[in-house]
Structure formats: structure tokens, C-alpha cells
Design a protein around this ligand. Structure first.
Ligand code: TRP
Length: 330
């Protein structure tokens, strides 16, 4: 069985519909036929400013939502990155394999550090990709489901693994990026040419999983539509309607073509209501389940500890092989 590993930063108390349909749903689907490891990468979140109370709340909220959307903690090892010191241990080794030059060329580092200036950017932002490489390589992952923006981080992971294997002997599996399908890209309801994102200028175009149903219903009702009146998929001329079609189809499983037929002759208003209902009904039980899990933190943390102890078996094995290959005395 192929191994899958992915990580998500606990950057918000609620996933939005874009995270859910883009990334998290694929995590759920990949559980079938794969050995899956999913990490809430709290150490990566420390590369930015974060309030400790919020970090804690977001870590638990992420776990609760992952379980609520269908990560089966019997099947998958769902864990918090900081519960496993092996990530830091292999992270250091990867820092000693990576060159200063290649780390400096990472576009995410360049983008983020250019905003805050040299004194604003943490060293952890610079070493971020080496910690991410460790996340992946510890589990000998074959596949890493990520968004397009993470392609370069998977590339450097492969380079580091390959360099290590060549220098010190075969230890690491070279992972492949499993890039999320274009169709799973969800746009902002108010600015349908921008990706749905937590950094949107206004919250009114972003559907949050943890928001109450009436809040989300309202957001769909006021979603931007386009000129004309036909419900047809045309990303160029009808980005708003196309986005709503994508959302409906992703959740209902009904093909876009069929949706176009179903809504032929009906107005945008009817269509928006239908999308709203499909989404809101789908999210209701998810939100309720997540809220239920968050009610008992002790139990939720126990589930995460259990995931960590299962992940540890694999992580430990890899770390031991790595140390041996390097000549570290065990
Ligand atoms: N850098 C990833 C992101 O921002 C998060 C991440 C950390 C990750 N470690 C990972 C993703 C390992 C996949 C595998 O989305």
C-alpha cells in the first residue's frame, strides 16, 4: 500500500470551503487504498506571529474539523507535529543536507521575507522547507497531497532525500507531489476571480465550516453573479456562476452539465438558493460533529496522542536508520 502524508497549518479556527473542497476532502478520499498520515503542523505555524491562546484553539479546532469531515482516526494516523520530536530531529539533519543557496531560492521564503524585511523574517521561515522535508521523509511517503503552491517544497524534499541517499546510502523514499485538481479550486463568492482565502479583504465571500448555517445561507444569497441570466459554466465571462456550479457539483456529486440542464430557464436567484441549500445541509452535521468533539478537549487530545504514538513507530524507525547512516553513535 502506498503511503500518503500531508500537513496543514493551524492558522484559523475554521476551515473555509476552499480548504475543504480543495485539500481536506482529498485527504479523506485518499484513506481508501493508502496508508495515511496527517499532521497538524503547529511548529510551522510558529514561523509567523501567533497568539498562544489562538494557536492552541486552532490546533484543536483543526483536529476536530478533520475528524468531522471524515478523517478516520482508526485508519489514519492523525497527529500534532510538535508531539513528535522526531520532526525536529530529522529537520536538523535536513538543514545539514540543504545548501544555503537552495534554501535562499525558495519562492515562499523570498515572498514572505521580502514583506517583513531581514529583521522581520524569522530564521524558522528560512528553515521551513527542511522541517517540511522531515515531515514527509520520516514516514517514507510516496504521495504528498498539496496545492500547487507547495510544488517547490516537494521538489526540494526530493532533492534532499536523493542527495542523502547518494551520500550516505539508501534511506529515504522520494515522494511525489499529488497536486490537487484544478476543478477543486474554489473562488471567493464576492470576488470570484480570487481564490477563496482567509486573507480575503472581506469575510462575506468566504464560507467558513464552523459558521452557523444562517450566516452561510446569507453569504450565498448575496454571492456575486454575472451579466446575462443563464446558468452556464463559462469561467471567463461568468466567473461567479461558474464558481457556484463548481461548488454545487463538488458537494452534490451532480455533474456540471446536468446542473446546467436542471437550471435551464431558471434565474440566478433560484440557482443561488439551491447552491446555498446543498452546501448548508452538507456542512450542518460536520459543524455539529466538530463542536461536539471540541466540547471534550481531554478526549480529543487523547485521540491525537494516540495518532502520535502510531506515527512514532514509523518516524522512529526512519530516524534510527538516518542516524546509523550518518555514523551517529546510537
Ligand atoms: N507548507 C504546507 C502548507 O503551507 C504545510 C506543510 C507542512 C506540509 N509540512 C507538510 C504539507 C508536509 C505537506 C506535507 O500548506
Amino acid at each position: 500500500m502506498k503511503r500518503v502524508l500531508s500537513g496543514i497549518q493551524p492558522t484559523s479556527e475554521s476551515f473555509h470551503l476552499g480548504n475543504y473542497l480543495g485539500a481536506v476532502k482529498q485527504w479523506v478520499d485518499l484513506q481508501k487504498g493508502h496508508e495515511t498520515y496527517y499532521a497538524i503542523v503547529d511548529l510551522h505555524a510558529l514561523t509567523g506571529d501567533v497568539d498562544p491562546k489562538l494557536l492552541r484553539a486552532r490546533t484543536l479546532a483543526s483536529a476536530a474539523q478533520l475528524i468531522a469531515v471524515g478523517i478516520d482516526t482508526e485508519k489514519s494516523a492523525l497527529f500534532v507535529q510538535s508531539h513528535l520530536p522526531e520532526h525536529n530531529q530529522l529537520g536538523w539533519i535536513m538543514e545539514c543536507v540543504a545548501s544555503f543557496g537552495e534554501a535562499s531560492r525558495m519562492t515562499q521564503f523570498k515572498d514572505k521575507s521580502s514583506k517583513g524585511g531581514a529583521d522581520g523574517a524569522r530564521v524558522g521561515l528560512f528553515t521551513y522547507p527542511m522541517l517540511q522535508a522531515a515531515d514527509i521523509l520520516l514516514y517514507q511517503a510516496d504521495l504528498v497531497p498539496v496545492g500547487e503552491d507547495q510544488r517547490q517544497h516537494i521538489e526540494i524534499t526530493r532533492d534532499l532525500a536523493n542527495r542523502f541517499n547518494t551520500r550516505y546510502g539508501q534511506v529515504f523514499t522520494l515522494p511525489d507531489a499529488y497536486i490537487l485538481k484544478e476543478g477543486a479550486k474554489i473562488y471567493d463568492l464576492q470576488e470570484p476571480t480570487n481564490k477563496m482565502s482567509k486573507s480575503a479583504s472581506s469575510a462575506s465571500g468566504v464560507i467558513e465550516l464552523m459558521d452557523p448555517p444562517d450566516v452561510n445561507l446569507k453569504k450565498f444569497k448575496s454571492a456575486v453573479t454575472d451579466t446575462g441570466k443563464e446558468v452556464v459554466f463559462d469561467e471567463k465571462n461568468k466567473p461567479g456562476i461558474s464558481n457556484l456550479l463548481t461548488i454545487h457539483s463538488a458537494i452534490s456529486g451532480v455533474k456540471i452539465k446536468e446542473l446546467e440542464n436542471e437550471f435551464a430557464g431558471k434565474g440566478y436567484g433560484d440557482f443561488k438558493m439551491a447552491v446555498a441549500e446543498v452546501v448548508v445541509e452538507h456542512l450542518k452535521p460536520i459543524r455539529e460533529k466538530a463542536l461536539g468533539l471540541l466540547e471534550d478537549e481531554t478526549e480529543l487530545i487523547k485521540i491525537l496522542h494516540d495518532g502520535a504514538s502510531r506515527a512514532k513507530v514509523t518516524a522512529n524507525k526512519t530516524l534510527t536508520q538516518t542516524y546509523k547512516a550518518l555514523g551517529l553513535v546510537l
